[in-house]
Ligand binder design. Structure first.
Ligand code: GTP
Ligand code: ZN
Length: 342
């Protein structure tokens, strides 16, 4: 893996496209409508646009690039999006919306001192779980808490034993621990509600005011600076950080159990395979709540997200039936294909 996180598999996928000598792999730093900023392992940010020609079909090749994507770049033209791993997608009424790609770790920021409602956090962890990306919860603004260790333990309990790190951009608490999570070449995405302290944390990790510089720099220091508001940032230690704007609404989609493996494991121990975890005898979930191993609030959150995902699935099935009479695009490519750069 290179400093920018290019994996051999992704590099091979580029070779397979056989685009010719001048096409190279480059990574998307930011997307501003049709305008992209790219980096590769030799150059600083380069502006690029998406090619109007769909040269290669397939799911990724016809997708519009998102921050973190690896693409085939020829001059200033993006020819194809290379196969994605670690793709964070937000469920929307019209289907999943890709947010960022090639993410190795999701950091969910939550300022417990200002927001006691932790039941929204599993929405973020579900988003990561759906992408198969590990999660660490950041208890931000820890300087505003009286008993950080106790709050951290409580938060971890309420999140089913999630890994929680207490951090403060104000005092520097926990910043080294966060840095250690993002070694050279790995990409972490910070998710969380607006005001959770994500951008301040990004600045603290960068060691500079991102608003002024916001630059992705090559680790050899040759790269140029360019101001971007957010997106893929190169940390001084070589890790890559994607700061995302606060997501106001995060829906859930698919099987939410991936984000509730603690509950799924308990449910596997219930006496009845079809246990509804209400008042059945031998219910391992209710037993765990009873003896304090599982937070009742977590189980309640699970039930509500599970119900939400089920209703989304039902809506999508109904929508597909309605659209079923329409023509299917060739090669299974999504209708619409490239969104052209202006
Ligand atoms: N006391 C304290 N305040 C903090 C800390 N980190 C951030 N803040 C304050 O919290 C507020 C919000 O911080 P931001 O970093 O802008 O939050 P954000 O999550 O990036 O918000 P969005 O960009 O809207 O998603 C600002 O007023 C920060 O100064 C911290 O560690 N301690
Ligand atoms: Zn049960």
């Amino acid at each position: 893996m290179t400093a920018l996180g290019l994996r051999p598999r992704t590099a091979r996928a580029l070779q397979k496209l056989e685009l010719g000598g001048t096409a190279k792999a480059a990574r998307v730093v930011s997307v501003d409508r049709g305008r992209l900023l790219m980096v590769d392992d030799g150059t600083g940010p380069i502006p690029a646009v998406v090619s109007g020609t769909v040269r290669h079909r397939g799911r990724e090749a016809t997708a519009f690039p998102v921050t973190g994507d690896w693409v085939a770049l020829d001059g200033d033209r993006v020819l194809a999006v290379l196969p994605r791993v670690g793709l964070l997608q937000r469920p929307t009424p019209t289907g999943p919306e890709p947010l960022v790609a090639h993410v190795d770790l999701v950091l969910v920021a939550h300022a417990l001192a200002e927001d006691r409602a932790v039941d929204r956090l599993p929405r973020f962890t579900a988003l990561a779980a759906a992408a198969g990306v590990p999660v660490v919860v950041l208890l931000t603004k820890a300087d505003l808490l009286d008993d950080v260790e106790a709050e951290k333990a409580q938060l971890s309990f309420e999140l089913g034993g999630a890994k929680v790190l207490a951090v403060s951009s104000a005092t520097g608490l926990g910043l080294d621990a966060v840095r250690a999570l993002i070694p050279i070449g790995t990409t972490a995405a910070v998710l969380g509600a607006s005001g959770a302290g994500k951008s301040t944390l990004a600045n603290a990790l960068l060691g500079e005011d991102r608003q002024k510089t916001g630059a992705v720099r090559e680790d050899d220091g040759r790269g140029r600076h360019i101001t971007v508001r957010r997106d893929l940032l190169a940390l001084p230690d070589g890790g890559l950080l994607i700061d995302t704007p606060g997501l106001r609404t995060v829906g859930v989609r698919g099987d939410v159990r991936a984000a509730f493996q603690d509950i799924a494991a308990l449910a596997g121990e219930c006496r009845f395979a079809d246990c509804a975890h209400e008042q059945e005898p031998g219910c391992a979930v209710q037993e765990a709540i009873g003896d304090g191993r599982l937070a009742a609030s977590r189980f309640a959150t699970f039930l509500s997200l599970d119900a939400e995902a089920a209703s989304v699935a039902a809506r999508e099935t109904a929508g597909r039936r309605k659209a079923g009479s329409g023509r299917r695009p060739r090669d299974g490519a999504p209708a619409g294909g490239w969104r052209h750069a202006d």
